[in-house]
Design a protein around this ligand. Structure first.
Ligand code: HEM
Length: 393
């Protein structure tokens, strides 16, 4: 109740308070929510209806088709699966199960959603503007999370925005090897927005290092080193032509949190190509019977311009192969981000990257919120309104 001398102050607070409607979030509830997300990830991984391809295949020719490409290899046209990815042409041998495809996809979707919600209007607010084409492909994971939120009555526990952030963090932990767990502190208190407008707020995949700088450093206030660490999220998940126009994964094991995104960037030679009218960098195609290969069999391993921009100035017309061949000195010029990205390329730098990545993700989850608007788990928020009410009775 608002009374006496506190009336004006109290009404002002009630009228202007736009913070979280929740008073606390207990560690016990956080554990429960993480369990729900982990079960969802596990189910997604094993639910056959969610697995796009159940078999990997050995192709009888050396270069594999791109998703949706109508290539012939002398045996007739290659058919594609329902997702537009190349499937086994007649006569090919199935060599194993591709069940981790499901794991990489669900983990990738949850982490991408964390980024897209945070980078959209006003930071993470549990709102995706479906009029923004950059969000394409997130529909399924958002629908799944919405169902989980409703089915488990989570609206009495945490906001949808907090739920999505916790889902992203849980997915990252799930992707990590047990000996390199990322430490991403989770804060709660985000406020859901019923509507949002994200048009123009997501970065262009064909941009160069100047875009990384203007987007992450100037707009979102990340350092160059944090930007380099964040982009390694692309070690998870993959691209689909029907969503973004790009196809393929950045790494062959796209469900695992490793620094292979960085080591591959400098470890193999990438060719700049135009596919479906879009710039991509392609590595030599992977053999499908490679025992290391768990997920991307039959798909090209690709980098976007923004990924290669961590290492080289992709805007240079002369740089069409990276690393440039020795006799082509000068055709590629270092990107200003290279010093930072290079630090994550060696076989001993995985721990460092995971630590830096976790810090950068934690910072991303706070975009749009004042330092005192998000709270630690188990913190009980007492509003000035409560104080006013208890004093003026
Ligand atoms: C310049 C910045 C970035 C650009 C232009 C970009 C662009 C893209 C594109 C085009 C896709 C493919 C979407 C699809 O076809 O389904 C994608 C996927 C993805 N992005 Fe980014 N991204 C950027 C930064 C980030 C950041 C900072 C994160 C997270 C911290 C992130 C996480 C992901 C993940 C995990 C996927 C895989 C999604 C899946 O498997 O469904 N991206 N990104």
């Amino acid at each position: 109740m608002c009374r006496g001398v506190f009336l004006l102050f109290c009404l002002l607070l009630q009228g202007t308070w736009s913070g979280s409607p929740y008073r606390t979030l207990s560690s016990q509830n956080v554990r429960k929510v993480k369990d729900i997300i982990n079960q969802y990830i596990t189910k997604h991984n094993t639910d056959p209806t969610k697995i796009v391809r159940t078999k990997t295949v050995t192709y009888s020719f050396s270069t594999l088709p791109l998703a949706g490409e109508n290539i012939t290899n002398g045996l007739g046209p290659i058919w594609t699966d329902t997702q537009g990815r190349p499937a086994a042409p007649n006569g090919d041998t199935y060599v194993g199960s591709c069940n981790p495809c499901g794991l990489g996809d669900v983990i990738g979707s949850l982490v991408r959603l964390l980024f897209h919600d945070a980078a959209g209007q006003n930071g993470a607010n549990g709102c995706i503007d479906w009029n923004t084409a950059d969000h394409k492909g997130l529909e399924a994971v958002v629908a799944d999370l919405d169902s989980l939120y409703t089915a488990n009555s989570l609206s009495s526990v945490l906001s949808k925005a907090d739920f999505w952030v916790l889902a992203g963090i849980t997915a990252i932990s799930r992707a990590a090897a047990p000996n390199t767990p990322p430490t991403i502190p989770f804060l709660w208190g985000r406020v859901d927005a019923p509507t949002c407008s994200d048009i123009g707020l997501l970065p262009n995949a064909e941009g160069d290092h100047t875009l990384l700088n203007s987007y992450f450093v100037r707009r979102l206030n990340f350092t160059m080193q944090e930007t380099a660490a964040l982009m390694g999220a692309h070690t998870l998940g993959r691209m689909e032509g029907r969503f973004s126009g790009f196809s393929g994964g950045w790494t062959p094991r796209h469900h695992a949190l490793t620094n292979s995104y960085y080591s591959a960037a400098v470890g193999v030679v990438w060719d700049k190509r135009l596919r479906n009218g879009k710039i991509v960098w392609e590595a030599p195609r992977l053999a499908c019977d490679d025992p290391q290969l768990e997920t991307s069999c039959g798909q090209t391993v690709v980098m976007l311009n923004v990924d290669m921009a961590l290492f080289t100035d992709v805007s240079l017309g002369t740089c069409t192969k990276f690393p440039a061949p020795p006799n082509n000195v000068g055709s590629c010029v270092d990107s200003p981000f290279r010093t930072y990205s290079k630090a994550y390329t060696s076989s001993t730098s995985q721990g460092k990257w995971i630590k830096d990545f976790a810090l950068a993700i934690a910072k991303m989850t706070k975009i749009g919120y004042a330092a005192n608007a998000l709270y630690s788990v188990d913190f009980v928020r007492i509003d000035l309104i409560d104080l006013g009410n208890s004093v003026v009775q």
